[in-house]
Design a protein around this ligand. Sequence first.
Ligand code: SPV
Ligand code: MG
Length: 300
Amino acid sequence: MKKTTQLKQILTSKDLDFIMEAHNGLSATIVEETGFKGIWGSGLSISASMGVRDNNEASWTQVLDNLEFMSDATSIPILFDGDTGFGNFNNARRLVKKLEQRHIAGVCIEDKLFPKTNSFINAAVQPLADIDEFSGKIKAMKDSQIDEDFIVVARVEAFITGWGLEEALKRAEAYRQAGADAVLIHSKKSNFDEITSFMQEWANRLPIVLVPTKYYTTPTAEFEKVGANLVIWANHNLRACIDAIKHISEMIYRDESIVRAENLVAALEEVFRLQNTDELHLAEKKYLPTKSKTQQIIKK
Ligand code: SPV
Ligand code: MG
């Protein structure tokens, strides 16, 4: 099944589904192997793994190149964190074109201004996009997609920037009318109150996506109870890498030896397996001349 259709089904099915952050081809491969139905192409994680900030410091084509590796390595859909769409409606619709060419299943855009800042940094002073301008951007994106199943998720940042329920609902409804396939309602609170109040009023008008990074102690059953469709585990693979790399680097630095580290890291064979090295061996047998033939050519 097409990746776009897979993501559409994940979003529209009655069951609550989960997608997991990845930030390069390797982590995307592992997310798929683990059993997740989809991948979150996190802006925070991709930028952090590039050693830059989540402020659109990496150009959108640099991010796209990274996404292409993720997409090539996997067969489950990627929902890409498209930040604010990298400009106005015109940049955003070109983004859709380029994502479709790379078999990315959908994109999420947030109603803030370019260059964006991560929602958990100085959120109260972050300006929101004009509703009409952002709605036009969504319309342009939906009008430009070639695959009818390509997904555009509209992310509402009203709660993040300190606005209330009324503003969040007004924005979500405007984006629904503009053609968004789903709404991501974001909250930086450590409890689930804002989301619960939103969900009561929203009443299933469109599929809802949640990112429980800050309200992570809320039991998953609550997400189901309020009728959410998709949960994004947004950054734990990146954070796991940071801890693992720190731990091993410090150990090897102190020991001036890799003896202790050897059994604490993945075996080299596992690296080769994740790279699908066996496939190349089989292809070499099929496509490269056999040794004896090569030797004959060299002799001649
Ligand atoms: C990301 O993963 O980049 C997100 C989610 O946008 S969050 O950082 O929680 O805002
Ligand atoms: Mg992001």
